[in-house]
Design a protein around this ligand. Structure first.
Ligand code: NAD
Length: 499
């Protein structure tokens, strides 16, 4: 059985804590590897080595730093198949979806190649008599990222690419469920020319996360994962004086207006609801048709599409729509929530409960489920299920549909399907949710815009990637400089004011 390690000092190293977690193959339910769980001492040692390496990296001009990322992009393309296979084997998602995971990260790396431009400061000539003023963005030092299982390539890259482009050293604590790809990415960064100790991958669980939060050298922490952990990391990190941004869970609503193209809306819902087995923070998990007639038409279009979904292992090729969920515990949680929906009186119009895949009986496969007549008070509506379960909540009016999405505690993404520009515009303006799609079901912004949710889906001031990432990973220093002849003539004792 493969024993994974950490990636520290430019090489794979074994763990010394003696503690391990199982790495599963979700398609077969077998343990395929062991990942070490770092101790506080191991984490602190990785941080100390990073702190030694960071000043020389920050002093390297930004164009040279960007060249490492350029080469990294080339290597990602070279190793795309290998990365996707490793990703699918531990996560369970299909190979095309695994490549999408790598590519959505790669796009942010491409954006970060613009670091020399993005890091340019501001300059005011003659801000006063003989006075110039300029602001520069400087690296923070050592920063850390704690990432979830569901995008083991994309989210680590969203974090370490801008952080390193800005001149920081980066400590990555990836999910212990699928740790292979983050280590492969770090190896490729070394191959691309990144000096040792600037990107340390420390595998672990709560102990290493707490060590990150308490380590005084670490200046900033970026987290992506579930909301309870996001809240914990945000409060403990901030209390320890760090800059912290945390992105949490979601319950994304898609409003379907009576004038929407119903085939388009149904296709969009099937892809956005069931792709990656629903294990996406931008998955649509609630469909909100407006009016009973719209609801009936939508359900009629959805049922055959959902029933036709092909569920299987990534090894079955491109024909599979989605794979298993990540663990047996995740599967059990989804099954429990589905049962709670049935018990609460929601109508299970596609019942995936007895799904069975021959030859993969021990895999964590979950059949597709479609609920109709879900109401606000039900647990399946309130909680993030993170599985292939789409709930339909019928609204009688546009205002009721808007209010549903606005009242929900999560605010990551949402979408509206309509042919009416005025309704779409009103929705985009009024909704209290961070990412909005108009006839686009999964409105994940591209690399040069920023990504972030509102309400219980995001904590902190700045979003991920785009220009915000360059703000998050730097701090501003403003210099006021005067080279007057007056200084030679004696000091000034009153506060200077502009004339
Ligand atoms: P998770 O919260 O269980 O784990 C995320 C990270 O936190 C992992 O690295 C894990 O090791 C660590 N962690 C887990 N328990 C911890 C604890 N008690 N103390 C300290 N650290 C702990 O999340 P997950 O299951 O890996 O990912 C799925 C969740 O992530 C979903 O809720 C999903 O919506 C969310 N997510 C959000 C976004 C976003 O941008 N908003 C993106 C992807 C995923």
């Amino acid at each position: 059985m493969e024993e994974l390690g950490h990636y520290i000092g430019g090489q794979r190293v074994s763990g010394t804590s003696g503690r391990f977690a199982d790495v599963m193959n979700p398609a077969t339910g077998e343990v395929q590897g062991k990942v070490p769980l770092a101790s506080r001492e191991e984490l602190d040692a990785a941080v100390a080595a990073a702190a030694q390496a960071q000043p020389a990296w920050a002093a390297t001009n930004p164009q040279r730093r960007a060249r490492v990322l350029m080469e990294f992009v080339r290597l990602l393309h070279r190793d795309m198949d290998k990365l996707a296979e490793a990703l699918s084997r531990e996560h369970g998602k299909t190979l095309p979806d695994a490549k999408g995971d790598v590519i959505r990260g790669l796009e942010v790396v491409e954006f970060c190649i613009g670091a020399p431009h993005l890091l340019k400061g501001e300059y005011t000539d003659s801000a006063g008599p003989g006075i110039d003023m300029y602001s520069m963005r400087q690296a923070l030092g050592v920063v850390a990222g704690i990432t979830p299982f569901n995008f083991p390539a994309m989210i680590p890259m969203w974090k370490f690419a801008p952080a390193l482009a800005c001149g920081n050293a980066f400590i990555l604590k990836p999910s212990e469920r699928d740790p292979s790809v983050p280590i492969m990415l770090a190896e490729l960064m070394s191959e691309a020319g990144l000096p040792d100790n600037l990107l340390q991958v420390v595998n672990g669980d709560k102990e290493s996360v707490d060590a990150i939060l308490d380590n005084p050298t670490i200046q900033a922490v970026g987290f992506v994962g579930s909301t309870p952990i996001a809240e914990y990391i945000y409060s403990r990190g901030c209390a320890n004086g760090k800059r912290v941004q945390c992105f949490g869970g979601a319950k994304n609503h898609m409003i379907v207006m009576p004038d929407a193209d119903m085939d388009q809306a149904a296709d969009a819902l099937v892809g956005a609801g069931y792709g990656a087995a629903g294990e996406r923070c931008m998955a649509i998990s609630v469909a909100v048709p407006v009016g009973d007639e719209t609801a009936d038409r939508l359900i009629e279009k959805l049922v055959p599409r959902v029933e036709a979904l092909k569920v299987g292992p990534y090894t079955a090729g491109n024909d599979v729509d989605y794979g298993p969920v990540v663990t047996g515990a995740a599967k059990a949680n989804i099954e429990r929530l589905v049962q709670s929906g049935v018990d609460a009186g929601a109508k299970l119009v596609v019942d995936g409960r007895n799904f069975n895949l021959q030859g993969y009986e021990n895999g964590f496969f979950v059949g597709p489920h479609l609920f109709d007549h879900v109401t606000r008070d039900m647990e399946i509506y309130q909680k993030e299920i993170f599985g292939p379960v789409l709930s339909t909540v019928r609204a009688q009016t546009y205002e009721e549909a808007l209010g549903l999405a606005m009242d929900h505690e999560y605010g990551n993404g949402t979408a509206i399907f309509t042919r009416d520009g005025d309704t779409a515009r009103d929705f985009a303006n009024r909704i209290n949710i961070g990412m909005v799609g108009v006839n686009v079901p999964i409105p994940v912004p591209l690399a040069y815009h920023t990504f972030g949710g509102w309400k219980k889906s995001g904590f902190g001031d700045l979003n991920q990637h785009g220009p915000d990432a360059f703000k998050f990973y730097t701090r501003t220093k403003t210099v006021t400089a005067r080279w007057p002849s007056g200084i030679k003539e004696g000091g000034e004792f009153t506060i200077p004011v502009m004339q």
